[in-house]
Design a protein around this ligand. Structure first.
Ligand SMILES: [Zn+2]
Length: 68
């Protein structure tokens, strides 16, 4: 039951690879919060709030955050 969810790319269903964490100010609550960056093999880059693992992936406007 406790299987870890492997995130997939919403665009191409490719497996996402974890990238860096980025510290951002969240508009919801004004808190500085880490965002986890994810990328697939097709250069799609997403991120989500690290403290909201069930939250939706959002398009990341900083593809440079992904190494390759
Ligand atoms: Zn993709």
């Amino acid at each position: 039951m406790a299987t870890a969810r492997v995130p997939v790319c919403p665009d191409c269903d490719g497996t996402l690879k974890a990238g860096v964490m980025a510290l951002c100010q969240r508009e919801d609550d004004g808190k500085l919060t880490c965002r986890m960056v994810w990328g697939c093999a097709n250069q799609h880059v997403w991120w989500h709030w690290a403290d909201r693992p069930e939250g939706p992936l959002e398009p990341c406007p900083y593809p440079d955050l992904l190494d390759d």
